[in-house]
Design a protein. Structure first.
Length: 172
């Protein structure tokens, strides 16, 4: 069985739980698991080169594919440690991010939603790809990022780094 996944499935523990359950109930089935860019997973499922895919919703999926939500998570705002909004100051309104440069992960739905609610177009300064590459860019002061909270909580940077601060987004 071929399985494709994105990072947030690992950080949330969903991948480990589901693969573990499958292996216990089907010990004779070989399971090959690999990390993939989120945009590639639906096409590979349709083409038959993957049997199962773990992606982060929301995303557009072909009508031929079925989806089943295994976990829910919120988005949070990653800010450079020296950013004026960093620290326990409470929720940040999307409109206050209008002039900020954004480090944009490969799955842009969080950034897109913040920009929509703040009524601005997010100015991306970096698109490092997967979520594990986004927080280091934020910690280097390249911009702010909208990331799944589970990822931001799971990735720990060394103590000598300027750690990004996590803010709460006020999306309501």
């Amino acid at each position: 069985m071929e399985v494709g996944y994105v990072g947030s499935a690992v950080y949330a523990g969903v991948l480990q739980d589901q693969i573990g359950r499958f292996r216990r109930s089907h010990p004779d089935v070989e399971v090959v698991v690999r990390s993939l860019p989120i945009a590639e997973v639906p096409g590979m499922l349709e083409a038959g080169s993957l049997d199962v895919g773990f992606v982060r919703l929301p995303m557009d999926l072909p009508t031929s594919l079925r989806r089943h939500a295994l976990a829910e998570d919120d988005y949070c705002l990653a800010l450079p440690a020296d950013h004026p909004e960093a620290g326990p100051v409470g929720p940040v309104r999307p409109s206050r991010l209008r002039a900020e440069p954004f480090v944009v992960p490969e799955h842009t739905s969080g950034t897109d939603e913040v920009a929509r609610r703040g009524r601005f177009s997010a100015q991306g300064v970096a698109s490092p790809g997967n979520l594990a590459a986004v927080l280091p860019q934020v910690s280097l002061g390249h911009g702010v990022a909208v990331v799944p909270c589970v990822v931001a909580e799971a990735i720990r940077l060394p103590p000598s780094c300027s750690k990004p601060s996590l803010g709460t987004l006020q999306l309501g």
